[in-house]
Write a protein of this length. Sequence first.
Length: 255
Amino acid sequence: MLLAVDVGNTQTHAGLFSGKELVASWRYATDIRKTGDEIAALLDSFLRLDGYGRESVTGLAVASVVPRLNGEYSALAASKFGFEALVVGPGVKTGMPILTNDPRQVGPDLIVDAVAAYELYGGPCIAVDFGTATTYSAVSATGEYLGHAIAPGIEISLDALAARAARLLKVELADPGSVIGKNTVHAMQAGAVYGFAGQVDGIVTRMRQELGGSAITVATGGLSVLIFDHASTLDKLDPLLTLKGLEIIHRRNHS
């Protein structure tokens, strides 16, 4: 079975695949101080909670935006599972040409999202990942990675607003149900939810124009569920897109 791990700046999303089927998944805080042994113990506890033993894992695929942790996942694969981890980066076969100025600078999560979106939904397509940053990855009709846009994430923006405005406090990120807030908390929530939905529609509309007028848009990431119903340009909701992309890339490198 394949253990797929998407290491984000704030959270890590891990999933266990039996063939192409995701049979279990977990989220945990990303901690740059964790060693491979500590991460292995955490993953082992998740596996046992869902009735799987460490011996059931025969492969590990990792997409990480935290370079410090790449070596730790590689080390735990070798020492605890007895095989080499596939860490998405230069030299890994993705099946997707990267047509940016410097492909080495493209985040592995962006590539993995793009591979999954194109494989599962066709092209041209745009993968929108709502995480610490909100990212938009554009893929051509023939499966080429054309480039991306990066915006501050929803939670970062709210945190910055609370930190810089003396009369505003940090609030729970939730849909207030109305864009006209009747109190400060609801007003901040409305600005975050509906404001970011408007950002999505603006960026996706412009990307679609550059792609030739149409593109399937796939939303993923921890906050995608919150925004999906309020952005008219989002076609598909797939919170597991990155894990699915890791499974596809792992299969392409072990076929």
